[in-house]
Design a protein. Structure first.
Length: 320
């Protein structure tokens, strides 16, 4: 029996997706769009939480607008993952204590020490509706490419493991140093010991990227995030976000993950295949097609997906 499979995208409200025409004309409100999305997929990743702490009422509305069983995967606020954030995204009480930097951005080290645990508590409390309603998938800690393997970063991950329960945590590193010989074993052992999931990535093969390795480190689940393979754009420092993620996967490229998915299905309770190539409707189209290629029901309105079944062959007739 295979692990439960969840296929979705890393946003449902991306401006490019809204403008693509994927949503029907009647879906003009956030509520209508989420309703439409949730009738085609049973999971989604929340990207807005990377930029600011959400309001608890907003989080409750997410859950209320989807059916029981739908799972939200939440991206941790950038301040907690070695990114800087816009000064204006900080709560007012923090801005009253910290002067605005010339750059207009602030990182974790720029916060007063007594404010750090308070901000973490506020962030996790904002997600309480998802956890209380059993609608939370994983909490994603995505590190920046500048975060290389080091004793400091290992201690950081140990601290993440200490403060995040009862959330299920997934960790995405974006620098090849983490998966180099010697470092890889220590890093993955830490994840396994804390039952945190290593996030496998599909992205361009560049000197600094981690590669498409997919070790399973958590019993609760495994995560693959598809960023696209636009090598030319990823190689340019001046490339826009839209240019980097403007990539639509072929069937062959998606099926190249079948072996890793099959292996993960024997080791983890749940698998998340999340498409982050959020340019127009590329992500939703690839996610829908991936369900078909893996033999999962993909007719709109099917609801929650079932368990993986690799016994049958791919049914090419399921293309929508």
């Amino acid at each position: 029996m295979g692990g439960e499979l969840r296929v979705g995208t890393c946003s449902w409200s991306d401006r490019s997706l809204v403008q693509s025409g994927w949503y029907p004309p009647g879906a003009r409100t956030p509520a209508a769009r989420l309703f439409h999305y949730s009738r085609r997929f049973d999971t989604v990743e929340v990207d807005s939480t990377f930029y600011a702490i959400p309001e608890r009422t907003t989080v409750f509305k997410w859950a209320a607008r989807t059916y029981p069983g739908f799972l939200f995967n939440v991206k941790a606020w950038g301040l907690f993952t070695w990114h800087s954030v816009k000064y204006e995204s900080l709560p007012e009480w923090v801005r009253n204590e910290v002067p605005r930097p010339e750059s207009g951005r602030l990182d974790f080290q720029g916060l007063p020490k007594d404010a750090r645990p308070l901000l973490w508590r506020r962030f996790t409390e904002s997600l309480a509706p998802l956890r209380q309603m059993n609608r939370m998938g994983y909490l994603l800690f995505q590190l920046p490419p500048k975060a290389v393997f080091s004793p400091v970063m290992m201690r950081y991950l140990e601290r993440v493991a200490e403060v995040t329960p009862p959330f299920r945590v997934a960790v995405e590193v974006r620098n090849r140093s983490w998966m180099e010989l010697g470092n890889r074993e220590s890093f993955l052992d830490l994840l396994k010991g804390a039952n945190m999931a290593y996030v496998a990535v599909d992205e361009p093969e560049l000197p600094w990227t981690v590669g498409r390795d997919a070790p399973v480190t958590a019993s609760w689940g495994s995560v693959v995030r598809f960023h696209g393979r636009n090598t030319e754009a990823w190689s340019r420092k001046d490339a826009t976000v839209a240019e980097r993620f403007r990539y639509c996967y072929s069937d062959a490229e998606m099926l190249s993950w079948e072996g890793a998915v099959r292996d993960a299905a024997t080791k983890a309770e749940r698998l998340f295949l999340m498409f982050n190539n959020c340019f127009r409707d590329y992500a939703v189209q690839n996610a829908q097609r991936m369900k078909c290629l893996l033999g999962v029901a993909c007719t709109p309105g099917e609801g929650v997906q079932g368990e993986l079944d690799f016994e049958g062959s791919v049914d090419e007739g399921k293309i929508e």
